[in-house]
Write a protein that binds this ligand. Structure first.
Ligand SMILES: Cc1ncc(C[n+]2csc(CCOP(=O)(O)OP(=O)(O)O)c2C)c(N)n1
Length: 575
């Protein structure tokens, strides 16, 4: 058996786990590990400019690939800088392993330089955490961390490693475990067949059914099964913000996203439904609006791998605990083998109603303006036109631009719409795009952002130059924290407290200073040609700073404490 130091074991374990890239930033507590990285070439380390960006890079990769992203940071400030990124991954159930350096074991609790209780600080926002106590435990601990991060409901796992444990002078026998068994952790691997049968009985008797699917379908790899089931049943379907791409966005059966900024049709269909099939979705407040008034006539079937998500917000009439892909496969099998079908007449008249709603209001209507000023909605529509035939991933930051991205870009495949849904982390979109580009260099990666969000991690322009990551940044520059401004206009009589940004940089010059291509686009006529030119520059990072109408709001917008059907449709029209 080979003898390795703790530091070497950390790196070798990652290699044996099949990890290609780790994202990190060095510091004292980790120097033994960084030296071990230097002396091998199986794992490539990407040096970010801020540890938060390392977490979002790892997260973007994980969302696009389904594989856990890996982060390496030093103790103290290095570790605390990852907290926002860990919470972002936790809220959206993204598999991630965060290796943090720690002060030497004997000094823990002495307030040593750069000591922080990483296990304690991260506890509420991780799926699990480990403090390594012996170098010999490193391989098994890392194996367990990866296993926990990616099985069941995925999530981030922290492994905190004191410096003495990585001492290069102490060598131990190294063997990476092939399999791991944990007696106390057994995620469900099948749904209950009796519950599945009950769910099918209810679905096939439904007169006004809606399928409501979320991020669990995307992370659970069940898009194909969901698409087949939806087509077989011929039911209307809506996706959450996190679920977009779980069913093809350009398909007629798709009603658009639902919820706070969901489509009129999706929200009305939900409100009037008699049966809701919720799959890998968690009925969060951005979907349900007021829980008390949520879908009054609906029976709810809820499929989720995480039993604690079921009946957490909305009580499920038929709960099914299990991985969404296997549960949907079991449903399809029963449907096909027993040649069962939905009530075709009832579904036809339901479609008639749904299509009337759709044609009366359109999916996401907006005022096209004077033809000169660029509407942010138009910018996203144009991005879709220019890139729809490309192999493209779209990330976003948080704000109005994120909602416009979700509304106007049509995602036909899962894992193509990458955004922070649960935590709503400004600063996520750009580093996430970089993580994706690194792994998929032949794909196009577009980041839709705002001038507020992009400045939260703009330093990563430097990382992009070092590692040659030619992503495309679409900055919908309305010169305001648009989503905040919208709420202030709608709920605070236009008192715009600290939502206007003075002294914005000249983004074109700034990006050029970082060694990339900058564009400033101010007129509608220039928009499409500029985007075409940007995407034609395959090998360059291009930052499109697009001046958009700052007075635009995102509509529909559900009315606080109302039901799903209570929405503002424009500044003057409500349901
Ligand atoms: C880190 C962080 N801080 C604050 C917020 C609250 N917030 C949500 S949207 C928003 C405005 C975003 O502005 P911008 O990035 O310019 O996008 P826009 O809404 O104008 O499209 C703010 C401040 C947040 N989501 N994340």
């Amino acid at each position: 058996m080979e003898l390795l130091s703790g530091a070497e074991m950390v790196v070798r374990s990652l290699a044996d786990e099949g990890v290609e890239y780790i994202y990190g930033y060095p510091g004292g507590a980790l120097l033994h590990v960084y030296d071990a990285i230097f002396r091998q070439d199986a794992v490539t380390h990407i040096l970010v400019r801020h540890e938060q960006a390392a977490t979002h890079m790892a997260d973007g990769y994980a969302r696009a690939s389904g594989q856990p992203g890996v982060v390496l940071v030093t103790s103290g400030p290095g570790a605390t800088n990852t907290i926002t990124g860990i919470a972002t991954a936790y809220m959206d159930s993204i598999p991630m392993v965060i290796l943090s350096g720690q002060v030497p074991s004997d000094f823990i609790g002495t307030d040593m330089f750069q000591e922080t209780d990483m296990v304690g600080i991260s506890r509420p926002i991780v799926k699990h955490s480990f403090l390594v106590k012996r170098a010999e435990d490193i391989p098994e601990t890392i194996k367990k961390a990866f296993y926990i991060a990616q099985t069941g409901r995925p999530g981030p796992v922290v492994v905190d490693i004191p410096k003495d444990i990585t001492n290069p002078a102490d060598k131990f026998e190294y063997q990476y475990p092939k399999k791991i068994k944990m007696r106390s952790y057994n995620p469900a691997n099948r749904g209950h067949s009796g519950q599945i049968r009950k769910a099918l009985d209810l679905l096939l008797s439904a007169k006004r059914p809606v399928i409501y699917s979320g991020g669990g379908v995307v992370t659970g790899g069940a898009a194909q099964e969901l698409t087949e089931l939806t087509r077989l049943l011929n039911f209307p379907i809506t996706n959450t913000l996190m679920g977009l791409g779980g069913f093809p966005g350009s398909d007629q059966q798709f009603l658009g996203m639902l919820g706070m900024h969901g489509s009129y049709t999706a929200n009305l269909a939900m409100h009037h439904a008699d049966v809701i099939l919720a799959i890998g979705a968690r009925f969060d407040d951005r979907v349900t609006n007021g829980i008390g008034k949520f879908c009054p006539g609906a029976k709810v079937i809820h499929i989720d791998v995480d039993p604690t998500s079921i009946s957490k917000n909305i009580v499920a009439d038929i709960p099914i605990v299990g991985p969404v892909d296997s549960v949907l496969r079991d449903m399809l099998k029963q449907l096909k083998e027993e040649k069962r079908a939905a009530d075709a007449d009832a579904i036809a008249s339901w479609w008639k109603q749904v299509n009337e709603w759709r044609s009366s209001k359109g999916t996401f209507p907006y005022d096209a303006g004077d033809g000169v000023i660029i509407k942010p909605q138009k910018a996203v529509e144009t991005l879709y036109e220019v890139t729809k035939d490309m192999d493209v991933y779209v990330t976003s930051d948080v704000g109005q631009h994120q909602m416009f991205g979700a509304q106007y870009y049509k995602f036909d495949k899962p894992r193509r719409w990458i955004n922070s849904g649960g935590l709503g982390t400004m600063g996520f979109g750009f580093p996430a795009a970089n993580g994706i580009k690194l792994h998929y260099p032949d794909a196009e990666v577009a980041c839709i952002t705002g001038e507020g969000s992009i400045q939260m991690n703009i330093q990563e322009l430097s990382t992009c130059l070092q590692y040659d990551l030619p992503v495309k940044i679409i900055n919908l520059n309305n010169q305001v924290l648009g989503m905040v401004r919208q709420w202030q206009e709608m709920q605070y009589e236009g008192r715009y407290s600290h939502s206007y940004m003075d002294s914005l940089p000249d983004f074109k010059k700034l990006v050029e200073a970082y060694g990339h291509v900058g564009m400033r686009i101010e007129k509608l006529a220039d928009l499409k040609p500029a985007m075409e030119e940007a995407f034609a520059m395959k090998d360059r990072l291009v930052f499109m700073d697009i001046a958009v109408d700052s007075s635009e709001h995102v509509y529909p917008m559900q009315i606080k404490d109302g039901s799903m059907r209570d929405m503002w449709l424009s500044k003057t029209e409500r349901t």
